[in-house]
Ligand binder design. Structure first.
Ligand code: FES
Length: 383
C-alpha cells in the first residue's frame, strides 16, 4: 500500500513538533527527509504482506542465508580439521586449498545473493526527490535521522519474520568464525608436530633402521661406476614409494665430479670447517658428505621449492629454472645468483656392498625457508 504524501493532522514545516506523541514513526521519517530536502512521493511494500508470494520470497532468502552460514562453518571445519595433520602424498591434502576457496567463496557469494534478493523483494519501494543542505545537523535532525534508521531496520522485516532472524544467525556465526579462524588457527595446530619437515625418504627410520640406498626411479640401486666422470643422475631413496609424491622432498642430484672439481669441493669444505672452528660465521651445517669424487645435493630449490636440476657441467653450476637461481657445486652448492639465499642441502654418502647409500638423512630441512626452521639437525635428533 502506498503511504500518503501527508499525514492528516500533522503539519509539516517549522511548526512540526517532533515530540508530539501522536506522531507515527513514519511521520518523523518523512519530516526528516523533508528537512533534508527529500520529498518522499511514493513508499510501498513490493509484495502484499502475508501473501503467498511474500512467504515464498522469505523462505528462499532464509534458505540462501542458511546455506551461506553452513558453507562458512564448513570453511572453519576444513581449515581446522581437514586434514588435521598434513602427511606427504595424502590425497586429502591436495584438496585443502580448493575446499577453503569453495566454502568461503561460496558462502560470501550466496550471502551476496541473499542480500540482493532481500533488497529487491522485501524492502519497500520508494521514490523520493532530494535536495541537499550544508552545515552540521541540529539536534532535531539527529533525532529524525535516528528514527529513519530505526524505521529502516523495521522495514527489513526482520522483527516480524523470525525465520529470517533465525537464519541470519548461521552466517553471523559462520563468517565470524571464518574471520577469526586464520588468526587463532596456529594456536590450534602445530605445523611442526611430528617433524615432517625434518625427515625425508632418506631417513633410516623409513628403512627399518638400515641406511637407504640411492636408486633410479625404477628402483635400480646405483654403483659408483654407473655415473661417468662429469655426469649426474637424479636419485631417489630406495624404499617403497621412494620415487613417488609421498617422498616429494627426497629427489636428489648425484654428481660424479671431475678430479679437480672434487678437490676444489673438498678444499672448500675443509676451509669452511676450519673457519667454523675458529668461531667464524659459516652457513650451517657443514657436511662432509662426499664419497670419493661423488657428491649429492637436494634437488628442491631453497628459494621456492622448484626442482633445481639444470646442471652446467663446464661451470659446475646448478640452475633452477623457476627464477634462475644458480648454485655452485664446488662450493657446497652455495647460491651465487638469483633469489635463493641458502645452499642446497648435501646428502652424506658412503658405499655399502658396492652400492651408494645415504649415511644419514639430510642434516637440515630441505626446500624453502619457513618459520622456526632449524639451521641444522643432528641425525640423532631426527624424529
Ligand atoms: Fe628456484 Fe625460485 S624456486 S629460483
Amino acid at each position: 500500500m502506498t503511504i500518503e504524501h501527508r499525514s492528516a493532522g500533522h503539519a509539516a514545516g517549522d511548526d512540526f513538533d517532533v515530540d508530539d506523541p501522536a506522531l507515527r514513526r513514519f511521520d518523523l521519517v518523512r519530516e526528516g527527509a523533508r528537512r533534508d530536502g527529500v520529498e518522499i512521493v511514493h513508499y510501498a511494500p513490493r509484495l502484499p504482506a502475508g501473501s503467498r508470494v511474500e512467504k515464498r520470497a522469505v523462505r528462499s532468502i532464509a534458505l540462501l542465508i542458511s546455506l551461506s552460514g553452513l558453507l562458512a562453518i564448513a570453511f572453519v571445519v576444513a581449515y581446522t580439521w581437514w586434514p588435521w595433520k598434513y602427511e606427504p602424498g595424502m590425497v586429502a591434502s591436495k584438496f585443502y586449498t580448493p575446499i577453503l576457496a569453495a566454502t568461503l567463496g561460496g558462502s560470501l557469494f550466496i550471502l551476496g545473493l541473499a542480500i540482493i534478493a532481500w533488497a529487491k523483494k522485501l524492502l519497500p519501494e520508494e521514490i523520493s526527490v532530494q535536495d541537499r543542505h550544508d552545515g552540521p545537523s541540529a539536534r532535531d535532525e539527529q533525532k529524525l535521522t535516528g528514527a529513519t534508521i530505526l524505521n529502516l531496520v523495521d522495514e527489513t522485516g526482520i522483527k516480524r519474520r523470525p525465520i529470517l532472524k533465525a537464519a541470519i544467525l548461521l552466517p553471523a556465526l559462520g563468517l565470524g568464525a571464518a574471520a577469526v579462524a586464520p588468526l587463532v588457527g596456529s594456536l590450534l595446530k602445530n605445523p611442526n608436530e611430528g617433524h615432517i619437515y625434518l625427515r625425508t625418504g632418506w631417513s633410516p627410520l623409513n628403512n627399518n633402521g638400515q641406511k637407504v640406498r640411492l636408486v633410479r626411479d625404477d628402483g635400480t640401486p646405483i654403483r659408483p661406476e654407473d655415473v661417468s666422470v662429469g655426469g649426474q643422475m637424479t636419485v631417489f631413496p630406495g624404499i617403497p614409494g621412494g620415487a613417488t609424491n609421498k617422498y616429494a622432498d627426497s629427489p636428489t642430484l648425484l654428481i660424479h665430479l671431475r678430479e679437480e672439481d672434487a678437490n676444489a669441493l673438498q678444499a672448500d669444505i675443509a676451509a669452511t670447517k676450519a673457519l667454523a672452528a675458529t668461531g667464524g660465521e659459516v652457513e650451517k651445517p657443514v657436511v662432509e658428505g662426499m664419497f670419493g669424487n661423488f657428491v649429492a645435493y637436494s634437488k628442491i630449490c631453497t628459494h621456492a621449492g622448484c626442482p633445481a636440476s639444470l646442471f652446467e657441467q663446464q661451470t659446475n653450476r646448478l640452475l633452477c629454472p623457476c627464477h634462475q637461481s644458480q648454485f655452485l657445486i664446488t662450493e657446497q652448492a652455495r647460491p651465487i645468483f638469483g633469489p635463493a639465499h641458502r645452499k642446497l642441502p648435501m646428502l652424506p654418502l658412503e658405499l655399502e656392498d658396492g652400492f651408494l647409500v645415504a649415511r644419514s638423512d639430510f642434516l637440515e630441512p630441505v626446500g624453502p625457508t619457513y618459520w622456526e626452521r632449524p639451521d641444522e639437525v643432528n641425525p640423532q635428533e631426527k624424529p
